[in-house]
Design a protein around this ligand. Structure first.
Ligand SMILES: NC(=O)c1ccc[n+]([C@@H]2O[C@H](COP(=O)([O-])OP(=O)(O)OC[C@H]3O[C@@H](n4cnc5c(N)ncnc54)[C@H](OP(=O)(O)O)[C@@H]3O)[C@@H](O)[C@H]2O)c1
Length: 152
């Protein structure tokens, strides 16, 4: 079981990660940072996200989950100290009780509707502590906010 289970996502200003479930995320400007941060670590994703990935995630073990998977069992099989949950919204929700960190990169877009970061009405509140701010694309005002998830 990894010590760190990190959600990493590009979001719009109104909190969406995609316009629809099979959108190729071409609007995201943080792919360089995403690659650097996830390199060498297992990456967990849902089936929809797997279908939208345009290139194979070289150097990272890809774990594609289904709705019948139990997140704790998936994590228990991981030997590395850190892993990333890379989407989409249903998968972020599925792993929400086990997340230790959120790496969130807001982008200058408003979609109005689409796939929310945590795609389930039963999503519970998370208590966050700000850790760091990483420059992604200063010219376009894009920065990654890193938070630790505080558990009672
Ligand atoms: N902006 C970003 O950083 C970012 C990152 C990743 C993905 N995305 C986008 O997110 C979108 C995909 O997100 P998504 O939430 O649709 O899919 P997803 O999380 O990629 O995949 C859906 C997963 O949820 C499971 N699932 C669990 N409960 C479910 C339920 N009640 N109904 C349906 N599926 C359920 C499915 O299992 P089964 O296989 O058993 O159906 C499947 O594994 C894509 O457009 C992708 O481009 C954006």
């Amino acid at each position: 079981m990894p010590n760190e289970v990190v959600l990493i996502a590009a979001v719009t200003v109104d909190g969406f990660i995609a316009r629809h479930s099979l959108e190729v995320t071409s609007w995201s400007k943080d792919l360089r940072v995403f690659k650097k941060q996830t390199m060498g670590y297992p990456v967990i994703m849902g089936h929809n996200t797997d279908k939208t990935l345009s290139s194979y995630l070289i150097g990272r073990k890809k774990i594609v989950v289904e709705r019948r998977d139990h997140p704790k069992k998936v994590l228990t099989k991981i030997k590395e100290k850190k892993c990333f949950v890379i989407g989409g919204g249903k998968t972020f929700y599925m792993f929400s009780s086990f997340l230790t960190h959120l790496y969130i990169t807001p982008h200058p877009h408003v979609f109005g509707s689409g796939v929310p970061l945590f795609d389930n009405p039963k999503m519970k509140e998370l208590n966050l502590k700000f850790l760091d701010l990483i420059e992604v694309d200063r010219g376009n005002g894009i920065f990654q906010y890193q938070y630790e998830v505080l558990r009672p």
